[in-house]
Design a protein around this ligand. Structure first.
Ligand SMILES: Cc1ncc(C[n+]2csc(CCOP(=O)(O)OP(=O)(O)O)c2C)c(N)n1
Ligand code: SF4
Length: 284
């Protein structure tokens, strides 16, 4: 397995872009590090990867790594990634997006990317809050929890991201936490190898905004909570809904094969060409 120093030297733009902006104890670095370990284990060439993000603390991830990278606008990583994948289908396209970026301002793009089944891997860093801008509540802030914009408690019910993307048609859905690093690597590996739209939801800790406002303790306390509430799908499948209240089901939740968007698009181009050629004078 690649060591930490090898990982930094091989994949990070450390000479140009460090220091990074993330707070001590933030889960984003853990997720990024394990994504890079998954890529290394798959022996993918750096030049064959495009890594795209929107805006937010999560959105900074591509800035620091030595792939083909795009740091785009808030909520718009998937439209950029979709255009990129259509233009360069041979690239492995990965997207890093926060819960706000993916399910608030970018929510419409997310559901349409799911139903389109384009071959992109989207990693959603779900820290339950808008981290970068000071802790406004997001569509995944749990009911009753606090944020800078709901100091007396959130009265809206949160999205369950994995269920949302499954309902919208994603053909691969995995969920884990920033505590379960080996599971995280394995799910990311399988998501990258999956042909179609894959979503990996990672419950992660933001000690600076969500943790502080909700008195969740420090980063270690938040990781302990993730360890306690996570339950693997194989066990969860044998449990009653009542027993699963307050738990986070982890593992590969959905994996199925359906026609992929770029391949279908190629077929349409070929069919249109054939149609044109079959008309009198059409092949000129
Ligand atoms: C169009 C637009 N609206 C608002 C913002 C301000 N803004 C920057 S990051 C952000 C929220 C980020 O939250 P999230 O996507 O959950 O990512 P995190 O910072 O928690 O990783 C907002 C509202 C912006 N940059 N652009
Ligand atoms: S504000 Fe939260 S999400 Fe952003 S870097 Fe700090 S700990 Fe991480």
């Amino acid at each position: 397995m690649i060591s930490n120093s090898q990982l930094v030297n091989k994949y990070f733009r450390h000479n140009k872009k460090f220091p990074h902006i993330w707070c001590p104890g933030c889960g984003i670095g853990t997720i990024l590090g394990n994504m890079l370990r998954a890529i290394d284990a798959l022996a993918l060439d750096k030049n064959d990867i495009a890594f795209v993000s929107g805006i937010g603390c999560t959105g900074r991830a591509p800035v620091y790594v030595d792939f083909n990278t795009l740091h785009t606008t808030h909520g718009r990583a998937l439209p950029f990634a979709t255009g990129l994948k259509l233009a360069r289908p041979e690239l492995k396209v990965l997207v890093a997006t926060g819960d706000g970026d993916a399910t608030a301002i970018g929510g419409n793009h997310l559901i349409h990317a799911c139903r389109r089944n384009i071959d992109i891997t989207t990693i959603i860093f779900n820290n339950y809050i808008y981290g970068m801008t000071g802790g406004q509540y997001s569509p995944t802030t749990p009911h009753g929890d606090k944020a800078s914009t709901c100091k007396l408690g959130n009265i809206e019910r949160p999205f369950n991201i994995s269920q949302l993307v499954e309902a919208a048609g994603a053909t691969f859905v995995g969920r884990t936490t920033s505590y379960h690093t080996l599971q995280l690597q394995n799910i990311i590996k399988k998501a990258i190898l999956h042909k179609g739209f894959s979503v990996v939801e990672v419950i992660t800790h933001c000690p600076t905004t969500y943790g502080r406002i909700n008195k969740k303790g420090n980063a270690v306390d938040m990781l302990k909570w993730q360890k306690e509430v996570a339950i693997d799908k194989s066990r969860a499948d044998k449990m009653e809904p009542k027993e699963l209240e307050g738990k986070i089901v982890t593992g590969i939740l959905i994996e199925k094969q359906l026609p992929e968007f770029c391949e279908q698009y190629d077929n349409i181009i070929e069919a249109a060409q054939n149609l044109k050629n079959s008309k009198p004078g059409g092949s000129k």
